[in-house]
Design a protein around this ligand. Sequence first.
Ligand code: NAP
Ligand code: MG
Length: 489
Amino acid sequence: MPAVKLSQISGKLFIGGQFVEGRGGRIDVINPARGEMIGQIAATTAEEVDAAVESARAAFRVWSRVPAKVRANALHALGELIAADVLNMAQIMTSEQGKPLNEAKGEILKLAEACHFYGEEAVRVFGEIVPNDQNGYQSQVVREPIGVVGAITPWNYPAELVGWKLCASLAAGCSIIIKPAELTPFTALAIAEKVSEAGIPAGVVNVLTGKGSIVGQALVEHSGVDKIAFTGSSAVGLHIQRSCPSVKRLSLELGGNCPMIVTKSADIDAAVKGATRRSFRNMGQICIAINRIYVARPIYETFLDGFAKAADALTIGDGLDNPAADLGSMASRDPLAKTRDHLDDALVKGARLVAGGNAPQGPEFEKGFFFRPTIVADCTQDMKVMSEETFGPLVGVAPFDSLEEAASRANDTPYGLASYVYARDLEEIYQLSAELDYGNVAINNVDAGIMNAPYGGRKQSGIGYEHGREGLLEYFNFKHVRLFHGVGA
Ligand code: NAP
Ligand code: MG
């Protein structure tokens, strides 16, 4: 099994089962920890978009008719090939994204796991027989794959966010055209290499690189694309919804501004551990990152003490040189600038800095987008760190006096992706899990997204689901077949 090499996929598009030299201009891809160019991608041209759509449409006619068992086997083969090349694929991801190598390896292995999960689900897509009010009729509800999927993904989880859409498409019998983020395109091209090794027919999977506003937008507007599966910011998600020129299926996994509530009955050490992991992992560049924390006043200072020490203890490094570092560099200049802006805004409005607040010092940090995990306390709801998605290693903390107050401040946002609670009192747990207006509520843990439960946001955090049965059903149309057979009529 050949390992994927950056030099082989640089400047390439994956269309109709082949890596082809892109005919458009070139865009540099940078290692954000080092400020060095690692390769270039092709800006896909309008003709190349058409060619990919044409090839995906032709492949859909074949793939949608293949027995589910064959599609399942292909997914299992893909999962095995990806797991077998984990180190190499992780190195590609770390070079373009900045996360520590061990984190990247974990993400590649989760992608492999997703292939196996969807492989298992592929053979369990059942229809339904629905009761009729007259004898002699049978109503069947049949599930049919939607068609050609356009998948548009962000840069924070370059393998998993491509993978969920890819695996669900393959399981359902759809074909797919992937437009990965401009910052992290090589992970997607490396996945395409595995698709081709797994023997998945030409055209079922295509990867087009380039700017979202041009190549992503072309997929949104293309009459040959039946569904857009998008993960990214709420602003771009809304723009996509508005700019579809015709009716199209959409799933939108968008931004968050996720709260955590720590009640007076909480295990404080466990809450500190959870807060540290979910505020700073991947440098806070996670849609389900904890953005703001509300702590019961009697335990407020104790929690803050522990949290500040835990944040200061996190190690930061170049993700290739320090595979086991807790944190790497941020993915680009923009999220770092936003983090600094939210921090300045909080400090100007009276917040107290209890950890971090600047970039780590030393020659190894000079060329990259590094920042220390940062905590600000005594925050008010008008601060950006409390009211907007930061998407960086910064978290705001505030005390609360009643559970009602905590829930209402947690819900006081246009977003509804994930929320977190630490409490041991059953009544507090039930009250909060009922009141939190979020698609995911994690209680006494911070990992809401498991593969076999639905994952999706409410309000401005999106429509539709990924993961679980519900995630797979997003790739099907339902057809009602009402048959008169006359028996018993
Ligand atoms: P983004 O700016 O919205 O970009 C996401 C993708 O959309 C990229 O591939 C981008 O391409 C493309 N794009 C940009 N403009 C487009 C257009 N007009 N038409 C079609 N596609 C277009 O988001 P991001 O900055 O990469 O990612 C961070 C955001 O993603 C955060 O808000 C985060 O919360 C959200 N997110 C949500 C989830 C979830 O599951 N809910 C998971 C992860 C991240 P370019 O890269 O070329 O610009
Ligand atoms: Mg962007």
